[in-house]
Design a protein around this ligand. Sequence first.
Ligand code: ADP
Length: 574
Amino acid sequence: MFGLMQDRPLMISSIIKYAARNHARTEIVSKNVDGSIHRTNYAGLERRARQLVAVLQSLGIKDFDRVGTLAWNGFRHLELYYAVSGMQAICHTINPRLAARDISFIVNDAADQLLFAETSFTALIETIAPTVTATVRAVVFLCDRAEMPDIKLPDNMALLCYEDLMAAASDAYVWPEFDERNAASLCYTSGTTGNPKGVLYSHRSTLMHAMAVNTADVFGLRAIDRALPVVPMFHVNAWGTPYSCPAVGAAMVMPGRHLDGPSLTKLMNDERVTMTAGVPTVWLGLLNHLRSSGERLETLKRMVVGGSACPPAIIDAFDREYGIKIDHAWGMSETSPLGTYTSPQPETQGLTGEASLRHRSKQGRGIFGIDMKITNDAGEALPWDGVAQGNLKVRGAWVASAYWGQEPGSACDAEGWFTTGDVATIDANGVMEITDRSKDVIKSGGEWISSIALENIAMSHPDVAEAAIIGAKHPKWDERPLLIVVPKPGKEIDPQSLIAFYAGKVAKWSLPDDVVVVEELPHTATGKVHKLTLRQKFADHLVKAAPYRTFRPYGIICSKFRALESDRLILNRF
Ligand code: ADP
């Protein structure tokens, strides 16, 4: 017997209809490519999204056609999100920071019909256009006539102006209802280990995720909030903020391409931002700017961090120096992305000092709707004791079942568990801590060493700006940890004393074997440290270093002692 309740489909268009009706005048503020500010509101967004459907129809877009976007966080990108999904086509957000070769692959793999691009990506469009002629019929630049770039596209690929098309379009469209399980948007993982793979979100998964994210112990956004997503709309739907903000009527402040510390500080203060979300590297840039300029964030109360482990030193600095609380979140493209979130529980609420920081540095509790487990390599479930570490698996209504073009269910095991590729512990309170990506964990003589734990210690050293640990080849132990660090401006790092800094913080056998000092670390298109590049460059570092072992303080080798060997001298630029 079915319950006797209305069976209304969960439609992405219902979010913007709700916001336009109930929060009509709530602002959407966008920083344009040229730095100027654009203002609209939810009523304006919904009306323009209907006009955009007319544009898309006039360009021949039909059900489930893919429409590619290469765009920053801004009002036109929001219009695309709602128009494309709302008309039952598929909004394919493309990460412009990927290599041109990967972007061509992605556009062809998705068979995008149209590309909507920001003018700042003109050179990129010029490069990829000849490689995507099989399906792309037109490139629409997200600007008005005066800003149209001077660009030559291949024959049969039209060059169009967004605002010209919008000016001629009717807003008479009525949002349709259809099966909530239908595809709504497509986002490719960055593919650091092979070709990128597409994750295909549905209307249902998107709404379930938005509702879960809006609960009080997760983003907990409210109509009085003004949210600034630094996380890009071109990767995992800006962590769902384009849906969760209008679903509660929170104002949106969209930074466009201006993501440096000074620009973010100004925009947050000018627009009275209360909540923001981004990856650790962006918050590190912001922190450095605040410290050097003496500026403060006047209205910001909460920052969400995720995408890679946030060093406790950053969480601590924002809290103690600026009174801003950082919440740690974990997720991935395949989980829409939010899977866990750090929020207080009765058991952890009263923690102070180091214990509180330790708790807030973990990735958090599973959100209702997400099941988690950790298993050993034989697939057996491990205990939730905060000690056992194993492969993290998840399942839930907003977790991928397969990648684009593959059989439903093919990305999961028979019980529906998706293997995340992360290694984690879960404690008795259900709080999960990522110790590594499974491909980054250092396997040293049968022991597993967590690179994240070692990186966090280096990051708490006063002279270290950024740190990465990789497993470098070792003749006896297979792999040993190698620490690669960037010093803070004007500081010098003495490898010996940096290793000494680890004393008492970790077991002796897990100390890094060596320190390499570099000017900067390579990052992926999604802002994570690119460990593959580091491994390619430094995998043999300890093997080559073998003759110098006699100089080991604390049982480690120290680069400073090898400084005579100029090719391994320490300053590398990526
Ligand atoms: P990609 O950047 O490879 O396209 P995602 O953006 O989906 O992929 O990244 C997901 C991965 O990022 C996770 O599997 C995990 O390794 C890492 N990650 C995300 N959030 C956190 C976090 N808070 N702490 C540690 N690692 C994280």
